[in-house]
Design a protein around this ligand. Structure first.
Ligand SMILES: Cc1cc2nc3c(=O)[nH]c(=O)nc-3n(C[C@H](O)[C@H](O)[C@H](O)COP(=O)(O)O)c2cc1C
Length: 241
């Protein structure tokens, strides 16, 4: 069933450059975007990790089905031995929606898969790929370019970060926490990151992927390549096969 779904997705990508698979807005080079979206290998279609574009509209996430929750909880574990295999665009889309995507799309009050204190929705998720760093935008289910280049190795002090398909960086964005005092910012920023991290753990368990949430990170270094203005880098989380 999953195989069929991926195949159908591949065909859709190939047939239409206007399809939602890794569709770009203001792509740096339309050729780059097009060729990335025309690859035919079953698990390698439209690989976002080879794309550099100002904005990428992710394919619609799969939001039903999957592994039963008790099975996912039974399988949840930390793994650190990543292979260099890429994740498909669909998997990246599903991953980010699971992490903290919009699951109740009410126009003026969109709610997320992860809870946040006072519904601040303050955790920004940065996605480090082989070629760029993007900021995930839950509304619109989009990626916005933050920096060009491969920063995966700098996403954590453990060497395995460099081998993950993508590294997620969780940031408590203090611009979105104006009503919190300093203790509240630190406490709820950390707490709310934990919910997202566990969503990702369960997604990886359900999809047979590997992940390891990490606090052993160089926050000053990360702040530079994500251009952090006002916030705290809580945790990072590599994901791969
Ligand atoms: C907040 C937090 C920070 C962590 N930081 C790291 C880290 O920097 N490096 C690492 O290898 N594992 C890190 N881990 C993973 C733990 O070592 C792992 O969850 C623990 O050994 C239990 O294993 P399990 O997740 O398979 O149950 C972290 C876990 C948490 C919850």
């Amino acid at each position: 069933m999953k195989k069929l779904f991926i195949s159908a997705f591949s065909i859709a990508c190939i047939l239409s450059s206007l399809s939602s698979c890794g569709k770009t807005e203001n792509a740096e080079s339309s050729n780059t975007a097009k060729s990335a979206c025309s690859a035919t290998a079953e698990n390698q279609v439209c690989t976002i990790d080879t794309l550099v574009a100002d904005s990428i509209i992710l394919p619609a996430a799969q939001t039903t089905g999957g592994m039963p929750i008790y099975d996912a909880l039974s399988a949840r574990a930390t793994f650190r031995n990543f292979t260099p295999d890429a994740l498909s665009d669909q998997t990246i889309s599903n991953l980010l929606w699971t992490a903290s995507g919009v699951n109740r799309p009410v126009a003026d009050d969109p709610r997320l898969t992860a809870p946040t204190a006072r519904n601040a929705q303050e955790i920004d998720i940065y996605v480090c790929t082989k070629t760029a760093v993007y900021l995930y935008q839950p509304v619109g289910h989009k990626l916005k370019l933050v920096n060009k280049g491969d920063f995966r190795a700098q996403a954590g002090k453990n060497p395995f970060h460099a081998n993950a398909s993508v590294d997620l960086i969780y940031v408590a964005n203090y611009d979105k926490m104006e009503g919190f005092d300093d203790n509240g910012k630190a406490f709820y920023g950390a707490t709310d990151s934990g919910f997202i991290s566990q969503n990702v753990y369960l997604f990886c368990a359900a999809e047979g992927l590997k992940t390891c949430v990490c606090g052993h990170i160089d926050r000053e270094e990360i702040a530079k390549f994500i251009n952090l203005k006002n916030g705290y880098i809580t945790l990072t989380q590599p994901i791969g096969k």
